[in-house]
Write a protein that binds this ligand. Structure first.
Ligand code: SAM
Length: 181
């Protein structure tokens, strides 16, 4: 099977966050760019795909693609608790996903949420802006897409290269047992 993970600049934050490092960053402040991305994911990755966004853009992003996606949650034990926020802090991020290998176990415990710490460093550039933690990527592969270690997994927005590294580490992991198909 062939899967993809897309971690584009978030709608409304693209130029602000990546304008100085990517000349076309502002394109991702236009919903049309996200629509084209989702169309590509559906066409090129019928086996399954996952995509990150942030909660303020979730409503818009969901209107741009098919109805049969699911929304899973990356919950952060610690998040940037910004001063002056008068509502609950933004401490989780949606992971929109579609497809995936059906689970063969009659009873399984794969969940549509993860509680995984953000990557933290001295500055937001320490690991690359918006870089995603290893545990998050491995949860997407294991619990959402049910990928096998010999499946192809494309990382459409490599950034720091952290996703590729998470995939490499996941491929090397020992499994305690394999459930027969
Ligand atoms: C959320 S970050 C991806 C971070 C990556 N997943 C990681 O773990 O390091 C989004 C990436 O998209 C890149 N980017 C910005 N504008 C882009 C564009 N128009 N086309 C493709 N990539 C773009 C940014 O430079 C950044 O590396």
């Amino acid at each position: 099977m062939k899967f993809a993970y897309a971690d584009p600049p978030y709608l409304g934050l693209a130029k602000k966050t990546y304008g100085d490092v990517h000349p076309q960053a502002a394109e991702y402040d236009d919903p049309e760019t996200h629509r084209v991305l989702i169309e590509r994911l559906c066409n090129e990755y019928p086996d399954g795909w996952a995509m990150s966004c942030h909660t303020p853009s979730l409503r818009t992003i969901l209107t741009l693609g098919p109805a049969d996606v699911r929304v899973a949650a990356w919950c952060k034990p610690w998040a940037p608790f910004r001063p002056g926020v008068k509502t609950a802090h933004f401490a989780w991020e949606p992971i929109i996903y579609r497809g995936g290998r059906p689970f063969s176990e009659r009873l399984h415990a794969h969940r549509d949420y993860t509680v995984t710490p953000m990557r933290l460093g001295k500055s937001r550039d320490s690991f690359g802006r918006g870089s995603k933690p290893v545990g998050l990527i491995q949860w997407i592969l294991r619990d959402l897409l049910n990928a096998n270690r010999d499946d192809e997994v494309d990382d459409l927005f490599p950034g720091s290269g952290g996703v590729a590294e998470a995939i490499r580490l996941w491929r090397e992991q020992e499994t305690l047992f394999e459930v027969p198909a």
